[in-house]
Write a protein that binds this ligand. Structure first.
Ligand SMILES: *Cc1c(COP(=O)(O)O)cnc(C)c1O
Length: 422
């Protein structure tokens, strides 16, 4: 039954793999879902499962999670843009956005748990800088599906849900370092030592296809593809996903040329921007201390990823190259200014990452990379917690264990089995 909906095809070598594979065994390329259904026929239930033909699970659940797009008036006029559309994928009922954890990470979590469950995987572990953990904790609570999330302690103020968390959610904090790389190491070790399935990050197709729904929603509402897509990135997973969505839509006869990706990072931590503009590669282990110092200075910590999926086939570099894209470095001050502009002209507050995206769009308009008549899609990937707090009582997700970098060993993790395993 499953084989009929899609196959996983390696972008690097073309080899097909049976789901739920995360990797090609012949090369480093990303696997991509190749769906049997090629026409674009969204349903009308107003959530992300409207696009279930291009999501890897069969099952859909009732939810308020899903992409929202609308035409900008205030910001568009201010910048002289004729055709600016905003995707608002946080929580703001006034524009119809009801993502329960306030960011587009909600698009990744439910499709992933449904997909894994359909293929017989009964628990998973992931590393998160914050928003992903919250989104997966919510989906895990909804489906009562065991999820272990490893999170740096710095992100713990953001570990809340708008409902009571299920005991299926197990949060492990990393204390003593803000380096997200330790969370990645610990989650890998938990997977290996305790036999829990790794969630896969960018290599998980459910995650990318869930994120691709923003571009699908644009196509449904506006009947084509934008000339430009603007997003703040840490890993760039969301950007790869919209590129893949555009490729699918083009096969379905919607849109001719692919949207140029405009990808923004928060200076002074801009590894993708530096690699793309300098023509080099990304070495996560080079000058780690310097990288961590830079990370400590940015206002949008969700964008701090030292190991973005840049150079592999199907990764961010390919996405930029194939779409004629560009990258941006945005300072905290520029982002603050852009957030103020967005609030004044669009009437909504945005989170620090979305402020970075808005500032990058302003740079692109000023430099002429985005023309005044071009169709532009600005992705507001999340907003601040204040708006959701007005409508919901927020429940803290209490960690079950805390690890220090020196505790990230097989022996120590094995000893925590009973505590960590749901
Ligand atoms: C995760 C996140 C991003 C960056 O997304 P990537 O896919 O990692 O590039 C941007 N904005 C918000 C609000 C996020 O939570």
């Amino acid at each position: 039954m499953h084989a009929k909906k899609f196959v996983l095809r390696c972008v690097g070598c073309g080899e097909t793999h049976a789901p739920p594979a995360l990797r090609c065994d012949r090369c480093d390329g990303l696997l991509r879902t190749d769906y049997a259904k090629q026409s674009f026929d969204p349903r009308e239930e107003n959530n992300l499962f409207d696009f279930r033909d291009w999501l890897p699970s069969f099952e859909a659940v009732e939810t308020t999670i899903g992409p929202v797009t609308y035409r900008s008036e205030g910001l568009a006029e201010h910048l002289g843009l004729d055709d600016l559309v905003i995707a608002f994928n946080g929580y703001a009922p006034e524009v119809g956005a009801r993502n329960p954890t306030g960011s587009f990470k909600d698009f990744e979590a439910l499709p992933t748990l449904l997909y894994f469950r359909e293929y017989g995987i009964d628990s998973l572990v992931l590393a998160s800088a914050g928003n992903t953990a919250r989104a997966f904790a919510y989906a895990a609570t909804l489906l009562d599906y065991p999820v272990i999330a490893v999170v740096p302690k710095r992100a713990s103020p953001g570990l809340w849900l708008p409902c009571k968390p299920s005991t299926a959610v197990r949060v492990v904090l990393i204390e003593g370092s803000d380096d997200y790389a330790f969370a990645i190491d610990a989650s890998g070790l938990i997977a290996e030592t305790l036999g829990v399935a790794p969630e896969g990050g960018v290599r998980n197709v459910a995650r990318r296809d869930g994120m691709s729904t923003t571009m699908l929603e644009y196509a449904r509402r506006f009947g084509g593809l934008p000339a430009h897509y603007v997003q703040a990135i840490g890993s760039g997973t969301g950007a790869i996903a919209v590129w893949e969505a555009a490729l699918r839509l083009r096969v379905a006869g919607i849109g001719a040329s692919l949207p140029a990706l405009h990808l923004a990072q928060n200076a002074p931590f801009t590894p993708v921007h530096d690699a793309w503009t300098g023509g080099g590669s990304i070495d996560p282990e080079a000058n780690v201390e310097d990288q961590l110092r830079r990370i400590a200075r940015i206002n949008a910590p969700v964008l701090a990823n030292r190991t973005p999926p840049y150079a592999m086939p199907g990764g961010v570099r390919d996405a930029l190259a194939e779409t004629g894209g560009s990258t941006y470095a945005v300072t905290n001050e520029e982002a603050r200014g852009a957030a103020g502009l967005f609030r004044d002209l669009e009437g909504l507050s945005v989170g620090p990452a979305a402020a970075v995206a808005t500032a990058a769009m302003i740079q692109a308009v000023r430099s002429g990379r985005i023309g005044e008549e071009d169709a532009v899609l600005l992705h507001i990937t999340g907003n601040n917690d204040d708006r959701i707090r007005r409508d919901f009582r927020l429940h803290r997700v209490e960690p079950v264990a805390t690890l220090r970098p020196e505790d990230i060993t097989q022996t120590h993790v094995a000893r925590l089995r009973a505590t960590i395993l749901p």
